[in-house]
Design a protein around this ligand. Sequence first.
Ligand SMILES: [Zn+2]
Length: 374
Amino acid sequence: MTPAIQTLSDLVRINSVNPAFQNGRPEAEIAAYIGQFFSACGIETWEQEVFPGRPNLVARLPGRNSSRRIVFEAHTDTASVAGMSIPPFEPEIRGGLLYGRGACDTKAGLAAMMHALASLARERLTPPCEVWAVAAADEEYSFRGVLRLCQGLTAAAGVVSEPTSMRLVTAHKGCLRFRIHTRGVAAHSSKPQLGVNAITAMARVVLAIEKDSEELAQLSHPLLDHPTCSIGTIRGGAQVNIVPDWCSIEIDRRLLPSEQIPQVLEQYDRLLGGIAGVEAHRDEPMLESGPLQTRVDSAVAVVAAQVLSGMGLDPAPAGVPYGSDASKLSQAGIPSIVLGPGSIDQAHAAAEYVECGQVEQAVEFYRRFMLAFE
Ligand SMILES: [Zn+2]
């Protein structure tokens, strides 16, 4: 086992399921492990409290130019272990693949960043810019770790690790989630004419949203294709012998960088107001996560493409439909990309794994980037 794969195994062994999910654990334990790793290499670290017992861990290596900084970031929390078909916290390597919860999303990238920074310290190499490697809490639920990191942060570039199969991702969609309710009037189910059925009202809302979603195909982006809308849950009614007086659905709407959240919400309000005979209303969103669109000619993207080319990897910019911490760094004025080992197809999967070879590639990529970005 190489040192990076050994670290990845250690990270997988630490349960860091986001505490919002069943049997989750605060990120304190994994942050402490990462802190000890850096301390052993003589690298300065500190914690930023996100929630009690749930810190970000920041490691800092000074650069030649003390007024310029680049930030590497990977999250420490993972998806839940519900439905997994392998032992989540007992990493196993088979056929060059390391299995376990978080192996791909995103402890592989985290281990690679740790070893890239450690290698510079070990070889006494001073990078052009100060380098921060940040292990951030709470990406899988509400992005509070990166939001805490962004408070007062300045940096010339951000590199966020998520599974991109080592592709350079400069654009991703935003995500908006909200609930819609319909109200009715309860009555005995033997006399439904005395009530108003909130479930049949919601059926009309669902069909109207489905029709509206077809229109989304008219909007497109060169790297991101179309916006999407998915109705993910429906709940309603108390019991079968009562005409239901309530029903609710939850919407997951993925946004292009050209779409603005307030305008998108207004469109849904207009849609709901226009369905004849239906009383429907929308709650304030439970999640608003902005899209990422970093210019392909920005320094961060140009240097990343050069490093990839130098390693014989595909330097072409790509887009992904899922969100990441990169859009929050970008919103804070730090031009950012997403690039990491592993495929998103294995993230959150029942048998999550990462290719060990890609982890080693990521160590090399991050190291070269740290040394190349001026
Ligand atoms: Zn992730």
